[in-house]
Ligand binder design. Structure first.
Ligand SMILES: Cc1cc2nc3c(=O)[nH]c(=O)nc-3n(C[C@H](O)[C@H](O)[C@H](O)COP(=O)(O)OP(=O)(O)OC[C@H]3O[C@@H](n4cnc5c(N)ncnc54)[C@H](O)[C@@H]3O)c2cc1C
Ligand code: FES
Ligand code: FES
Length: 469
């Protein structure tokens, strides 16, 4: 397999499921990329991966511990060693000046995350710079100095050029990006935005989306198996298809966030996406992976349930479509047979009067899994709800569509909903259990509050859109 590693082209015969972290540290002896949790939680292993697109090279931060080597084929891998070229660049300098280092274990990851932010940011803002390190934990500093470093970095730099080659050249002039990396764009083959013909996986292969679930649960199986990337079997775009949006099953959460079409359907998309995992995980985690993983609190699953989605599944026998609420059979069991591949998720496009609300409660805002999450979509005729879909996670063995509660909403006036009665209906539909994310009693209480939050959100959205005085 061929990749570009910092300044050099490299070939490797390592198993394709080897974690990039092990390749760097054990095979190449590059110890700057740190090994912390190996579960995507700490960000100490953050590296940048660049893929050539028609617009230029797009770099994304990923966790090296959860990225298999095969994902680097024909990509540019950037580690902290590659950024060290004599003098300190503005990212390192701001970290040093603000005292944002103590033991230094988290520092390479933070340097890579902030550098990735400079490469991809739409504009420089303190809020976005701080958000770019949301996936990097630090056990020593207490974070205030890291926030100061992010702010100092933003205020020390001039306005950035448009994303792309001009930006890279500007960052190279500022010492934030090695000059030697500028020419790598010419060497990298075009790999992104491919649209492979959908085809089921060959027998005996393990389908890998982003690996953010599989490489946590079964790392040795990934390393020891014949793996095939879902992105080589199914597309990763969002397209209009008749009355639906067709979301390629290999789309990553980060790709969803960049889709203008999806943004039309889900106006608060950026906010919702920011609540899912971290920038590093969002660069890798795919839509199909989120559904097949079948976590009862999967955020995309909950969102897509409320949006009335269907799963398109391909096998040698042909294609079948399954309503998402029928796809989840029981705890971690889905309606997917051996040899089948999810190729797309179909989302009906919204009418002019559809409102959507998404809520997620967890112990911290970023990089945390929900105790309870919920989404609700309603269609209105004036103030009357004519259609409703309410989904919730963390309250049953599967991500669940609350059918009776959705029905109970239909016919109600948005401004005089009987919340007590609605909550009672919802309570009869759920069966939460005590676990590390909260007691069953707490989760029941949370769902009631989230129903209220949905209704308040709808009323607010309607006021802002001028639909209600
Ligand atoms: C640190 C961390 C934080 C996380 N935070 C969140 C969070 O906030 N919210 C959330 O919802 N999830 C979260 N997750 C869980 C996980 O990232 C998501 O569920 C993710 O979407 C899984 O996608 P993947 O592509 O990485 O899955 P993979 O690990 O690649 O695959 C998961 C399963 O799906 C199968 N599969 C993949 N693609 C296909 C396909 N096209 N057809 C058939 N089968 C397929 C694989 O064979 C495997 O069985 C987090 C994970 C980590 C490690
Ligand atoms: S080692 Fe912690 S995220 Fe990779
Ligand atoms: S400085 Fe020690 S972990 Fe951040």
């Amino acid at each position: 397999m061929r990749l570009w590693m910092n300044e050099q082209e490299q070939h490797t015969h390592e198993p394709l499921g080897t974690a990039v972290l092990d390749y760097l540290r054990d095979q190449l002896g590059l110890l700057g990329t740190k090994s912390g949790c190996r579960e995507g939680d700490c960000g100490a292993c953050t590296v940048l991966v660049g893929a050539r697109t028609p617009q230029g090279v797009e770099y994304e931060p990923v966790c090296a511990c959860l990225t298999p080597l095969v994902a680097l084929e024909n990509r540019h891998l950037v580690t902290v060693e590659g950024l060290s070229h004599g003098d300190l660049g503005p990212v390192q300098q701001s970290i040093l000046s603000e005292g944002a280092v103590q033991c230094g274990f988290c520092t390479p990851g933070i340097v890579l995350s902030l550098t990735g932010y400079l490469l991809c940011a739409t504009s420089l803002t303190e809020r976005q710079a701080i958000a770019s390190v949301a996936g990097n934990l630090c056990r020593c500093t207490g974070y205030e100095s890291i926030r100061r470093a992010a702010r100092a970095l933003v205020s020390s730099l001039p306005a950035l050029e448009e994303r792309g080659p001009k930006r890279f050249a500007q960052l190279a002039a500022l010492g934030a990006w090695p000059r030697s990396f500028l020419s790598i764009a010419d060497d990298l083959p075009l790999v992104a935005n491919r649209q492979p013909p959908a085809r089921p996986p060959a027998r005996g292969t393990l389908v890998l989306g982003g690996g953010t679930d599989l490489m946590v649960q079964r790392p040795s199986a990934v390393r020891g198996s014949r793996i095939v990337l879902a992105s080589s079997l199914a597309h990763s775009c969002v397209q209009k298809r008749g009355d639906d949006l067709a979301i390629g099953s290999a789309s990553t959460v980060a790709q969803l966030e960049r889709s203008a079409l999806l943004l039309e359907e889900v106006p608060r998309l950026s906010h919702i996406v920011s609540l899912i995992a971290s920038p590093q995980i969002r660069s890798r985690a795919t839509v199909a992976g989120n559904l097949v993983n079948a976590s009862p609190i999967g955020d995309l699953a909950i969102l897509l349930l409320a949006l009335c989605s269907k799963v398109c599944i391909e096998s040698p026998k042909g294609v079948r479509e399954v309503d998402l609420e029928r796809f989840f059979l029981s705890y971690k069991k889905v309606d997917l047979r051996p040899g089948e591949l999810i190729v797309e998720v179909l989302v009906p496009r919204r009418g002019p009067r559809r409102l959507l609300s998404f809520e997620k409660v967890c112990k911290r805002t970023h990089l945390d899994i929900a105790s309870v999450n919920s989404a609700c979509a309603v269609e209105l005729d004036s103030d009357r709800i004519v259609n409703a879909r309410l989904s919730a996670g963390g309250i049953a063995p599967v991500p669940k569509l609350l059918e009776a509660t959705s029905q109970a909403l239909v016919g109600s006036d948005l401004h005089s909903i009987d919340i007590a009665a609605l909550t009672k209906t919802a309570q009869a539909e759920i069966s939460p259990i005590d676990d590390v994310r909260g007691s069953a009693v707490y989760k029941r209480l949370l769902l009631g509050r989230l129903l209220l939050a949905h209704i308040e959100s709808f009323q607010k959205q309607q006021r802002f859109s001028g639909g209600h005085s």
